[in-house]
Design a protein. Structure first.
Length: 439
């Protein structure tokens, strides 16, 4: 009689949802040396440790497809705000901003300042950043991208214009170094002032080194309000010119006059998917969060201050209330609070649900891991999808919810041996109670 295999850990008695969108099944999971080595009835097998998952869901570890955790994985390596949600892998370097490469003396124009506290470590090369992570690994796996805005800050004397050819050449060299070191792609954030002057052609030219590598082009689009459709076309064009997969970050439609337009954007995205590789992510809230804008056109609707360097006491208060207390207008109050971050109540819940329910939408938190009063998406995105949107309002089955945060994401970002709970995969596993999980 052959000896029963021995495991480091057996998770027994649970119901497996494996991250492929296929129906759940009851099975034990055997883990050895960091990999899943058996799935089935392991009741006769020995293990150094056993975990009883009776009545619980056992799923592939969640992948946060959209984070700004570049610095947090070094500064807060326990990553409690992600691990506590079942997140085992984070994609960093989104919205054009990455913590590397940056010279020690490089300025951090907003929104780059959302990534790092003053005085935090700087990395002149992408490799030195990844080496620091390898020396001091965090509790989550990290798949890192390089940011176009960061490359602009590294190479351009002024950000108020499109890049010149010598600057594009310098950015190409930095991107090549990052890809060589292990970056999985490049992101842009042409929505934000430090990259808004970049033309479509600049983005194509800067990103050119990803062509043929399989690396992704990820974008916080130039416009997510009145000109969303124009920005979608720009995104698709860049993807076609680069012959590279594109990811539309945190797809949303801002401002009341654009509410309901997901009925137009989603069919266009699906149509584009027929001709090129397109993916998208979304967070489960109808309020956004980023730097506090200065532009009056971006200061419409209710705005809650999340942090302010000169006025930390104003965190948690509405901009309108602060402005009236100071007896100045909103734009002046926003200027006086800088540098600052804010929460914007500018989306329609119907659009949020349409986008989340779109079959190709990945779940990403877009959490900003700085300040004392962050947007709740930092801590709550994944339980909110599982508890509120899947269980309580039935937006999609649990199998679909988990696929959107595991298998789909691993596929789109080409994460090897992650995202599904199968034999031979890394043992990224999360166990939770589907009946009680909530934010
Ligand atoms: Zn963004």
């Amino acid at each position: 009689m052959p000896l029963a295999p021995k495991f480091d850990l057996i998770i027994h008695g649970g119901t497996v949802i494996d991250g492929t969108k296929t129906p759940r099944f009851d099975a034990d999971i055997g883990i050895l040396e960091g990999f899943i080595t058996a799935i089935g009835d392991l009741s006769m097998c020995e293990a150094d440790a056993k975990m009883d998952a009776t009545g619980k869901i056992v799923a592939a570890g969640f992948i946060d497809s959209h984070t700004h955790d570049d610095q947090a994985v070094l500064a807060q390596p326990d990553m409690t705000f992600k691990i506590s949600q079942g997140v085992t892998t984070v994609i960093t370097g989104n919205c054009g901003i990455s913590i590397a490469p940056l010279h020690p003396g490089s300025p951090l124009p907003a929104p780059l300042n959302l990534l790092a506290d003053v005085g935090s470590a700087r990395f002149a090369t992408f490799r030195s950043y990844l080496d620091a992570l390898r020396r001091q690994p965090s509790a989550v796996n990290v798949a890192a991208m390089v940011g176009h805005t960061t490359l602009r800050v590294m190479t351009m004397s002024s950000l108020e214009r499109a890049a010149e050819s010598s600057e594009i050449g310098a950015m190409n060299a930095l991107l090549e170094e990052a890809l060589e070191a292990g970056a999985i792609g490049i992101s842009t954030g042409t929505y934000y002032p430090p990259a808004a002057h970049a033309s479509t052609q600049e983005v194509i030219d800067v990103c050119r080194p990803i062509t043929g590598t399989g690396a992704v082009y990820v974008t916080h689009m130039r416009d997510e309000a009145d000109n969303s459709m124009v920005s979608l076309e720009e995104t698709f064009l860049i993807g076609r010119e680069l012959d590279s997969p594109v990811v539309i970050s945190h797809h949303k439609l801002q401002r009341a006059q654009n509410f309901g337009k997901s009925a137009i954007t989603l069919p266009r995205i699906r149509e584009a998917m027929q001709c090129q590789c397109v993916a998208l992510d979304c967070y489960p809230y109808n309020a956004s969060s980023t730097m506090l804008h200065r532009d009056p056109s971006r200061l419409q609707g209710r705005i809650l201050i999340a942090s302010s360097e000169p006025h930390p006491e104003q965190a948690g208060r509405d901009l309108d209330a602060i402005a009236s207390e100071w007896q100045i207008d909103k734009t002046d109050a926003a200027a006086r609070l800088q540098p600052a971050s804010a929460i914007y109540f500018g989306m329609d819940e119907g659009d949020v649900q349409n986008i989340l329910a779109f079959d190709e939408t990945m779940i990403g938190s877009d959490g900003i891991p700085t300040g004392e009063k962050p947007h709740p998406r930092l801590w709550g995105t994944f339980p909110r999808i599982l508890g509120h949107y899947s269980r309580d309002i039935g937006l999609f089955p649990l199998e679909t919810a988990i696929w959107k945060m595991t298998g789909l994401t691993a596929r789109n970002f080409k994460l090897v041996k992650r995202g599904t709970l199968r034999i031979g995969q890394h043992a990224d596993v999360v166990v939770f109670n589907a009946a009680t999980i909530r934010t």
